[in-house]
Design a protein around this ligand. Structure first.
Ligand code: 13P
Ligand code: SF4
Length: 325
């Protein structure tokens, strides 16, 4: 079906079914175009908690749709790309250690070994009484075992708001190190990472800076600490949108998934944006297409639900995060 016809069908069904389409900033351009709201993880969680509709079509990855369902259990949450996962979210489990070594197709320079016999529960036993802050990029089960959630835009503020000198941050070692650099509290880290951001090295920043010496460099906190330390600003995807919009600068190097460049260019036609590396592409974020959105709306697939006992405990961690900001 031609693109315009697909879009028209989606908008018609959206109306008929009283649905709202939410899209993450990394989604394909045409998916962002049909979304009612595009944002970062925090903005999308806030929207999901307050939105008035019967159906939320979540164009993103699994943990995002799960969070929407946790916050809005009375709504039907649909994830159009049924296999859109975030590998980082699978790098920590509650009580069953994984044996697997994780590889990332197309990113052969990275792999992840699950720590032997080590789970979130065993970490909590090792550090009794230390609050756990889980990045929103986690499963509902991990959120349910956590005291707070955080996103890339509020990690430092959440940790600062907790009444404790030591905090456990899972699963992203890079976000945890960035938080540690910006707080006096002791941060206990897990060894997870985002394979899209963690592959970037200081030499990549040097190379792109040599090409664009007068550009400002903004980095996502999922990047390695040495990359974050080279940046003019470190923030979430929507934080980047705000920073680039408000900055008097004209040129920017964007240290995150390339999907963000679409909105940056659309909203700032007089400015120039360069990807830190062209291959900063999250394969899972690109799995959603207009066809899959239409299919989801037509067939009510794939419905994301969280078992009630897990949902209630996971919601507590998300609510505590939303209360801080
Ligand atoms: P934010 O949009 O919240 O910065 O998150 C980035 C990300 O990698 C989501 O998976
Ligand atoms: Fe997960 Fe990284 Fe993709 Fe975000 S960009 S969904 S953290 S793999």
């Amino acid at each position: 079906m031609p693109t315009e016809e697909l879009k028209a069908q989606i908008l018609k069904l959206r109306e008929e079914r009283n649905a709202i389409i939410l899209a993450h900033n990394y989604q394909r351009e045409e998916v962002q175009d049909i979304a009612d709201f595009t944002g970062d993880s925090l903005e999308l969680s806030r929207k999901a908690a307050t939105i008035d509709c019967d159906i939320i079509v979540f164009c993103g990855v699994n943990f995002m749709a799960e969070s929407a369902s946790i916050l809005s259990p009375d709504k039907t949450v649909l994830l159009p790309a049924s296999d859109a996962n975030c590998p980082m979210a699978d790098m920590v489990t509650v009580d069953t250690p994984r044996e697997l070594r994780m590889n990332f197709p197309g990113h052969d320079d990275v792999s992840y070994e699950f720590p032997e016999d080590f789970t979130l529960r065993s970490m909590k036993e090792r550090y009794p009484g230390v609050p756990v802050v889980s990045y929103v990029n986690t499963t509902a089960a991990v959120k349910a075992e956590s005291d707070y959630c955080c996103t890339s835009s509020n990690g430092i503020r959440v940790v600062e708001a907790i009444d404790a000198d030591r905090v456990i941050c899972v699963p992203d070692r890079n976000l945890a190190r960035w938080i540690a650099r910006n707080t006096k509290k002791e941060i206990i880290t897990w060894d997870g990472f985002c394979h899209v951001h963690d592959r970037i090295k200081a030499k990549d920043v040097e190379a792109v800076r040599a090409e664009h010496p007068d550009a400002l460099f903004v980095a996502h906190p999922e990047c390695r600490i040495e990359v974050c330390e080279m940046a003019d600003h470190v923030t979430s995807t929507s934080g980047m949108l705000r920073y680039c919009h408000e900055s008097p600068g004209r040129k920017f190097i964007i240290g995150t998934e390339t999907g963000l460049l679409y909105r940056l260019r659309l909203e700032n036609p007089d400015k120039e944006f360069y990807p830190l590396r062209r291959d900063m592409v999250c394969p899972n974020m690109k799995k959603t297409s207009l066809s899959s959105v239409l299919f989801a709306l037509e067939n009510n697939t794939q419905v994301i639900e969280v078992p009630e006992d897990i949902r209630v405990r996971a919601k507590r961690a998300l609510d505590r995060m939303l209360e801080i900001l």
